[in-house]
Design a binder for this molecule. Structure first.
Ligand code: NAD
Length: 494
């Protein structure tokens, strides 16, 4: 039919206009999903929306493919290539899903209500509202950890959202252009061109690698005056970077950084951030603590995740959550402990796995199966109760036997549907780009816990990330961005 959803292969659909979607039937349970990150979106992708009245709430009306976000900071990839509008994938659903662009400011778990706030720059007449739910999925992610270190929020830049990557891109160019301004002193030039990254997890390492590439491939050719002073330093409090990788890959990363002339400062903890320098405490070989000031032009702060206030507030309301510090404790079916109708996925949930995109998306897919199953179970149980009515009213033995056979068949199906095991994470491996066309990979499924690094791994990294992109549209845009950079270099305009 004209306008209906038609799958033509290769993830290309002929459009379904939202106006042609079915509306949820009266009496369906309201399922509210908070967030549009890895967890929530992977739930929405697989959820049969005809079973519920689904409402999605997020301050971001798009999904962001975060693994390629570090590439956006240098213009290697344009940010819109890794964004997918929520409305674009929701319109492919058979039954319409409501979306509100707003932040959930409070969840009242006893009243079963979410309070939301529209933070958009354009102020409508209505800015706040409340949404009642029967079932709630909390997939709001986390915010940047600062550990209360003074000056981080004022002077550091984070790398979590599209806006962060854009700010970093502008700041890099600002530092370069200001450093070569007429009569700039040598000290000030050196400061402006010192790019400091705090946090040696995958975010910090990937960003440092991308930034050094930017300098090597483009910046030093376009602005030769910065050649001698441009320098990237990675600061890490622990004795090594990338703690989740094997020793062999950590060594490989550290060697590669040395060749790329990126300085790694391990066992160095940043204590305070000032406008133009950081105060860091390092531990010498004799165990002695040394405090020093490190000047910077750009400071990128990548020290991991912290709880969002809305999650903290929810935890305070539930006695079973009071002792948790890192996030919402969930059971093996991802139900928030101490509640019955609230589930949590992704970085805001604590399910004994690292807070990664891989975990979040598997959790989301699990919940979709669980909710589809709950709906199927309900439908079979309704049918069963109708049949048992029918059986008692059946006029003759033949019909009674027929209904009895149908009941048996349905009971068998019900047992099958109800047999859903708990969530189990299947780790597909870890990958990280480390600059100069090299990547490291810890992959368990390929050849039994193989740890590889180097150029071939880089090709693998590229293809893996490409295949993980949300849509064919994203994939084409990313490939075009890579080709564009190869041909013309990165765009150095601010
Ligand atoms: P992280 O938590 O992995 O690393 C943060 C690092 O910052 C830690 O090593 C910590 O010791 C250090 N640190 C903290 N405070 C410090 C201070 N004051 N001074 C100096 N160093 C300090 O953070 P991340 O890299 O943002 O990653 C967050 C999560 O996302 C992790 O679970 C990670 O595995 C995942 N992730 C994975 C990939 C990938 O697989 N390619 C990429 C990005 C993020």
């Amino acid at each position: 039919a004209a306008g209906a959803l038609v799958y033509v292969g290769y993830e290309i659909y002929l459009m379904r206009h939202p106006a042609e979607q079915e509306v949820p039937e009266e009496g369906k349970k309201t399922l509210v999903v908070l967030g549009t990150g890895w967890g929530s979106v992977s739930l929405l992708k697989k959820l049969d929306t005809e079973n519920y009245n689904v409402i999605v709430i997020s301050p971001r009306n798009y999904f962001l493919f975060t693994p390629l976000l570090p590439s956006c900071t240098t213009g290697q990839i344009e940010h819109r290539s890794i964004m997918e509008p929520v409305r674009n994938f929701l319109r492919h659903k058979k039954t319409a899903v409501k979306f509100y662009e707003a932040e959930a400011t409070k969840i009242d778990y006893k009243k079963k209500v979410v309070y939301i706030n529209d933070e958009s720059e354009i102020k409508g007449n209505v800015r706040t509202s409340e949404i009642a739910f029967d079932m709630l999925v909390v997939g709001v992610g986390a915010e940047n950890a600062t550990f209360g270190i003074p000056g981080v929020r004022e002077h550091g830049l984070f790398l979590k959202e599209v806006g962060d990557a854009q700010k970093i891109r502008r700041r890099i160019m600002d530092c370069c252009e200001t450093a070569v301004f007429r009569d700039q002193s040598p000290e000030e030039r050196a400061r402006l061109l010192h790019m400091v990254v705090v946090g040696g997890g995958p975010t910090g390492v990937e960003f440092a690698g991308e930034l050094q590439d930017f300098f090597q491939d483009d910046l030093r050719k376009w602005i030769p005056e910065i050649q001698d002073n441009f320098h990237v330093t990675l600061v890490e409090a622990l004795p090594n970077v990338l703690p989740m990788f094997s020793k062999q890959l950590i060594d490989y990363t550290e060697r590669t950084f040395k060749e790329e002339t990126i300085t790694i400062r391990t066992k160095t903890m940043v204590k305070k951030v000032h406008e133009k320098y950081i105060e860091a405490e390092s531990t010498g070989p004799d165990g002695q603590k040394i405090t020093e000031n490190i000047p910077y032009g750009l400071l990128v702060w990548a020290t991991g995740n912290a709880l969002r206030p809305v999650v903290k507030d929810l935890m305070m309301q539930i006695p079973a959550q009071k002792d948790s510090r890192r996030g919402l404790l969930v059971n093996e079916y991802l139900v928030v402990k101490g509640t019955e109708d609230i589930w949590a996925v992704g970085d805001c949930a604590i399910a004994n796995y690292a807070p990664t995109a891989q975990v979040a998306s598997q959790e989301g897919a699990f919940l979709a199966r669980l909710f589809n199953n709950i709906a199927k179970t309900q439908a079979i149980e309704d049918k069963l109760s109708q049949l048992s009515d029918l059986q008692s009213k059946a006029p003759n033995k033949e019909e009674r036997d027929q209904v009895f056979a149908d009941i048996k068949e349905l009971q068998k199906r019900l047992r099958r549907v109800k047999q859903m095991g708990p969530f189990e994470y299947s780790h597909q491996g870890s990958l990280a780009y480390i600059g100069s066309d090299k990547a490291v990979a810890d992959i368990s499924w390929l050849t039994g816990n193989v740890a590889t690094g180097g150029g071939l791994t880089y090709i693998f990294w590229r293809s893996a990330y490409l295949s993980m992109c949300w849509s064919m549209r994203n994939r084409i845009l990313v490939v075009m961005d890579w080709a564009k950079t190869k041909m013309f270099g990165r765009d150095v305009s601010r």
